[in-house]
Design a protein around this ligand. Structure first.
Ligand code: FES
Length: 104
């Protein structure tokens, strides 16, 4: 089962900015790129749990605010030489509203 939850109007999320959605025990960072694509990943850095939504978006990656690991927002993979990954979530934009898919 999955369900789509409303995050915010696209225009309320600044380009290169993020929103945080809390679902049960996890926080999900929803990021808007410069070109208005939206991606969502587990907000917890796979290194030591830094809040990715407070990092710096560049291209389609996020640099963690704690130790600058670079993580792809497209597939959650950590950029070399570091190793790891964070979970990704599906997003969509309908009628100017951003939605996030949560699994039950
Ligand atoms: S916690 Fe993210 S790089 Fe260390």
């Amino acid at each position: 089962m999955s369900n789509w939850v409303k995050v915010a109007p696209l225009e309320d999320i600044p380009q290169l900015g993020a929103r945080v959605v809390r679902s049960k025990e996890i926080e999900i960072g929803v990021f808007r790129l410069q070109d208005d694509r939206i991606y969502a990943v587990n907000n917890k850095c796979p290194h030591k749990g830094g809040p990715l939504s407070e990092g710096i978006v560049y291209g389609d990656k996020i640099a963690c605010p704690l130790h600058s690991w670079k993580i792809s927002l497209v597939d959650g993979q950590v950029e070399e030489p570091d190793v790891g990954e964070t979970a990704c979530f599906k997003t969509k934009i309908e009628d100017g509203i951003v939605y996030l898919e949560l699994k039950d």
